[in-house]
Design a protein around this ligand. Structure first.
Ligand code: IMP
Ligand code: MG
Length: 173
């Protein structure tokens, strides 16, 4: 595996993203982070360490229907949030935006719960594969069309524990 983003590079950028999120939420209102499991867990864990004590968090898990077939954009809810979003400042925390279908679905269902604001933070952005235009306010890194693993991202549930992002080659599988 080739290292694409080393741990120190990721950590430095996450500090900046945390500062951007804080800046966009002036005052002392709560910032409610919604982590998209499983891939978003490490990004969220590091992000909140650089944020003020007004941060609260929750988790949601979704999975795409019939991977590999022509995607309908339909996504299945595996685990819903524990609490409602009405009137809250919500930031979705996701590992990567690829086709954009997962995030579009998530934004639609969360917006329907009447948050005061709804923004999205993605560690990685792969614009070359986008199928739907989706608004992502905070992007850690924009990358080429590689299949990447590590720092929360998996291949067949493996490599999520790496502290860096690596490109998976054919031999690694
Ligand atoms: P989208 O609906 O195509 O934007 O799907 C995004 C989801 O696909 C992410 O949340 C990841 O779980 C997964 N994914 C997309 N690209 C990669 C990758 O390069 N490595 C690992 N998972 C990926
Ligand atoms: Mg994911």
């Amino acid at each position: 595996m080739d290292i694409l983003l080393a741990s120190d590079v990721i950590q430095a950028r996450i500090r900046e993203v945390a500062a951007e999120i804080e800046r966009d939420h002036p005052g002392d209102e709560e910032i409610h982070l919604v982590c998209v499991l499983k891939g978003g867990f490490m990004f969220m864990a590091d992000l909140i360490r650089h944020m003020s004590p007004r941060v609260t968090l929750d988790f949601i898990a979704v999975s795409s229907y019939a991977k590999g077939t022509k995607s309908s954009g339909e996504v299945r809810m595996l685990k819903d949030l524990d609490s409602g979003l009405e009137g809250r400042n919500v930031v979705i925390v996701e590992d990567i935006v690829d086709t954009g279908l997962t995030l579009t679905y998530l934004q639609d269902i969360l917006r329907a719960r009447s948050p005061k604001s709804l923004r999205t933070a993605c560690l990685l952005n792969k614009p070359s594969r986008r199928q739907v235009d989706v608004d992502v306010k905070y992007i850690g890194f924009t990358i080429e069309d590689h299949f990447v693993v590590g720092y929360g991202l998996d291949y067949a549930e493996k490599y999520r524990n790496l502290d860096h992002i690596a490109v998976l080659n054919g031999d690694d599988e």
